[in-house]
Write a protein that binds this ligand. Structure first.
Ligand SMILES: [Mn+2]
Length: 325
């Protein structure tokens, strides 16, 4: 971790120690890193005697309802009081805060903790480390630096954040330090077997049916180096699943031996398509998504295209082909 990131952590801790009401918000479509980081930090700051408000910016996916502290999550109301500090986690740009975006203006200080290389740095204090495997790693160092004792509940959230953002500790972003953090969490007595069942082996029948439909839309390009699949509103209706149930689909397609870039297209509305890209070895998908106003990480990124799903597929596949050639 660079000295300027460490310096930002010291400054953020100083602000938090001198503040009363700390607000922490999720982003839209919260994932495991977002949820786990948010609840780990909230539980830690509560332990330190702080008044913490945890705000939801979107529906909480079923997969994360087992997380300790989940009951702390609430909608923003004026009665919650002054926002002395607003902490955004794993949120590459402020638009990702959804309805809670307007709260940035009301906050005395915005702290942005993130590991997206495309972070816009919208905080008054930005703790952004593109080399961190998950925001959860940064939260671990943050809690350590505050000298708050870790416990099983905080550990369960940190494990979830780091495991889900690293493909169960398999991506190149993982370091020996990642494993040292996890080793410490295991020593705390977290039930990692049960966490893994909750996260990865609790798929609903509806989600399973959606996977079957979506996977049958598979198309491949460039000697099967590129694979695309689609989720349409019709598929959601047929399967009884929701858009959150697409979690895990794009990484499933990346498992195909020949595939370097996997692409999932989600039909939010007729003319609003959300795209998730994953790469295996060499393609910088953050730069491809950047061409459509999106961003993310080198091997995992996203963007939106305003067109019908077939045109969106042509547009994104063209850009991926351009990159590969
Ligand atoms: Mn993340």
């Amino acid at each position: 971790m660079s000295s300027s990131i460490k310096d930002s952590i010291y400054r953020a801790i100083d602000v938090i120690e001198n503040s009363k009401n700390i607000f922490i918000a999720s982003h839209v479509n919260p994932d495991g890193d977002n949820m786990g980081s948010m609840l780990a930090l909230a539980l830690a700051l509560k332990k330190a005697g702080k008044n913490v408000v945890v705000l939801k910016s979107d529906t909480i996916p079923e997969d994360y309802k087992f997380l300790p502290g989940i009951q702390l999550i609430q909608e923003y109301r004026q009665e919650l009081g002054n926002i002395d500090v607003f902490i955004a986690l794993d949120t590459s740009d402020e638009e990702r805060l959804g309805d809670n975006l307007s709260l940035l203006k009301k906050a005395n200080c915005i702290i942005n903790i993130d590991h997206h290389i495309t972070s816009t740095g919208f905080g008054d204090i930005n703790i952004v480390d593109g080399k961190a495997a998950a925001t959860g790693e940064l939260i671990y160092y943050f809690i350590k630096q505050m000298e708050i004792e870790l416990d099983k509940d905080i550990g369960t959230n940190l494990y979830t954040a780091i495991s889900t953002d690293t493909g169960k500790f398999s991506y190149e972003s993982v370091t020996s330090n990642t494993h040292r953090i996890i080793a410490e969490l295991i020593d705390l007595g977290i039930d990692f077997k049960q966490i893994n069942i909750e996260l990865y082996e609790s798929m609903s029948i509806e989600k399973t049916k959606l996977f079957i439909e979506a996977i049958s839309s598979l198309k491949t390009y460039e000697n099967s180096n590129i694979a695309t699949i689609k989720v349409t509103q019709d598929m959601l209706k047929n399967s009884g699943a929701s858009m959150e149930d697409t979690e895990g689909l794009v990484s499933f397609i990346r498992k195909i031996a020949s595939v370097e870039v996997a692409c999932l297209l989600k039909e939010i509305e007729d003319d609003n398509i959300k795209i998730s890209l994953r790469s295996k070895n060499m393609v910088d998908v953050a730069s491809i998504c950047g061409k459509f106003g999106g961003g993310g990480h080198i091997r995992a990124a996203g963007c939106s295209i305003s067109s019908n799903i077939d045109d969106a597929e042509d547009m994104i596949v063209d850009k991926i082909k351009e990159y590969i050639r």
